[in-house]
Design a protein around this ligand. Structure first.
Ligand SMILES: Cc1cc2nc3c(=O)[nH]c(=O)nc-3n(C[C@H](O)[C@H](O)[C@H](O)COP(=O)(O)OP(=O)(O)OC[C@H]3O[C@@H](n4cnc5c(N)ncnc54)[C@H](O)[C@@H]3O)c2cc1C
Length: 509
């Protein structure tokens, strides 16, 4: 396999899909390929908005802090630019609040006198990223064209992807061939890659699946003039009472609050106005219901259902065609409730940048398969967290190549982390102290640190600090019920060894 060995092999890259993952990977490939072309089935958008090809854009999207760090590094000045496009500015008095069954944590906003952060819709995010990618001299877009298959050739039993077949949307008789040295599938949840590979004679492993039965309902309001300080409110569900609905209010551009109710386990949130109000009132805190009371309603609620979360395991295939990669939701789509999808797409783009650089410095055979393996490693912590959380709810099942270990124990562990961290952070806010230990649970959820940095005996005992001897014993006995080993051994056995990296992508700025 000769990909990326010489400049000869890096003339043209084609990307299927111009969503978030497609745009990020275009930025990375523009460093290595003479020409990068994005093929998008939608028409060229004339302004930020909801596209037919990405209907989820109507729904509240929040990028995790790690994702924002990567965006700013791939697109220097990104935050300033999105603020200039009207993103809601995070100021000193902006409230960013996370509410769980143990309390309401007001996270300090990063804004000061100088505004350095903002909140925005998925549509505006995509718009700003697209403009930055359009500005890259060697990237071009082909709109209103749908990729309908892979163009391949065989040599000595090894298949190479030489390009794609496309047709204009709605022109069923058409078929045009586009050639390239690399094709990247970034076509999202509707990816046909598994089918295409199977049609080409590959044994595609069964995908890993979680029957999460997720429901979203989203509605827009004009920001209440007297509550302009409300930037973000996140309200979690409560497994102890079986309330699987959470809610988020987020200020976005144009003076708008985007508000959603989301639930897991087939308990779909209402999608008509009265039911939506009732749904907000039934969350574990009335904070969002109270915020929107009296606010001007801009839209009716709109629903979205996701029956399953899916992770492909292409890295397990014995054979894989040269010249083909896959990224974003086309590879793995998570429960969006945890806000991971776009951040993981950014982590994958960062991972690809590292792989390309290593390949350039030290070319090795089997580049694509090694990239697939690295992508899986990059995805794994987010997927593991997302699956474990979804398994808290009745009816949700997981089926995959590796059985999850210690699910009950981990649920108790996470609950304990959330409880202690929330209580201690609230106490510290009173005293003015700060112990980073109590942020570690959240840093793990925001994909900054590995779950192994949080789930270990040292952290557990540190979190137990301050409890009486009897309380400690009671907590540990309950948590490790049924485990014969000592605490270190039990946790070591159930938490995977993630290969988790947090570093800036090696692309020149
Ligand atoms: C209801 C909901 C809420 C979500 N909330 C969040 C959130 O809060 N935070 C978060 O990080 N993520 C969230 N996500 C996930 C997020 O939308 C995706 O993870 C993210 O957009 C990355 O997607 P992508 O680029 O891989 O796919 P997409 O954004 O879906 O883009 C795929 C693109 O490919 C195009 N395409 C598809 N097939 C073809 C073809 N054959 N030929 C040409 N073009 C094609 C489509 O038109 C589309 O533009 C949410 C998802 C849903 C469903």
């Amino acid at each position: 396999m000769a990909i990326n060995r010489t400049a000869e092999d890096r003339k043209k890259a084609l990307i299927i899909g111009g969503g978030i993952a497609g745009l990020l990977v275009a930025r990375v490939l523009s460093e290595q390929y003479n020409e990068v072309q994005i093929i998008e089935r939608d028409a060229c958008p004339e302004q930020p908005g909801i596209r037919a090809g990405a209907p989820q854009s109507f729904h509240l999207h929040q990028i995790l802090p790690r994702g924002e760090v990567i965006l700013d590094s791939l697109f220097p000045g990104f935050t300033a630019e999105i603020l200039a496009h009207g993103a809601f500015p995070i100021q000193k008095n902006t409230l960013i609040q996370m509410i769980n069954p143990y309390g309401a944590i007001p996270f300090p906003s990063t804004g000061g006198e100088e505004i350095k952060a903002g909140t925005y819709s998925r549509a505006l995010l995509e718009w700003v990223l697209r403009q930055r990618v359009e500005d890259l001299p060697n990237v071009n877009f082909l709109y209103h064209q749908q990729v309908i298959g892979l163009e391949t050739s065989a040599n000595d039993g090894q298949l190479t992807v030489n390009g794609v077949y496309i047709r204009e949307r709605g022109q069923l008789q058409q078929r045009t061939t586009l050639l390239a040295d690399l094709v990247v599938d970034a076509s999202g949840r509707s990816s046909k890659l598994a089918q295409w590979l199977s049609d080409l004679g590959y044994d595609v492993p069964e995908s890993e699946r979680v029957t999460s039965a997720i429901g979203y309902s989203t509605r827009y309001y004009r920001i209440h003039p007297e509550k302009r300080n409300l930037g973000v409110i996140v309200i979690e569900g409560d497994p102890a009472t079986g309330n699987s609905s959470g809610g988020v209010l987020k200020a976005v551009e144009d003076d708008i609050w985007s508000v959603c109710i989301a639930s897991v386990g087939g308990n779909y949130p209402p999608t008509e106005a009265k039911g939506f109000d009732e749904g907000l009132a039934q969350l574990i805190s009335p904070a969002i219901a109270e915020a929107v009371r009296g606010a001007e309603v801009l839209t009716e609620p709109r629903g979205y259902r996701i029956p399953e979360c899916v992770r492909q395991h292409y890295e397990q295939m014995e054979r894989w065609p040269a010249g083909l990669l896959v990224i974003g939701d086309a590879l793995c789509h998570f429960d969006p409730v945890y806000g991971q999808g776009m951040t993981v797409a950014a982590i994958e783009a960062e991972t690809l940048a590292m792989c390309l650089q290593q390949q350039q410095e030290q070319p090795q055979a089997d580049f694509e398969r090694r990239v697939l393996q690295r992508m899986q490693e990059a995805i794994y912590p987010a997927w593991w967290r997302s699956v474990l959380e979804d398994l808290r709810w009745t009816g949700v099942t997981h089926k995959g190549p590796v059985e999850l270990k210690g699910v009950k124990l981990l649920h108790k562990y996470f609950e304990f982390c959330m409880k202690q961290s929330t209580r201690k952070l609230l106490e510290q806010m009173q005293t003015g102290d700060f112990n980073p230990l109590y942020m570690s649970y959240f840093m793990m959820n925001w994909l900054f640190i590995s779950p192994r940095d949080v789930i270990n005996a040292r952290t557990l005992f540190a979190l137990l600090e301050g409890e009486t001897h009897e309380e400690k014993q009671a907590i540990l006995t309950e948590m490790f019920e049924g485990y014969e080993q000592n605490i270190e051994a039990a946790l070591e056995e159930i938490v995977p060894h993630f290969t988790f990296e947090f570093r800036q992508p090696p692309v020149s700025m």
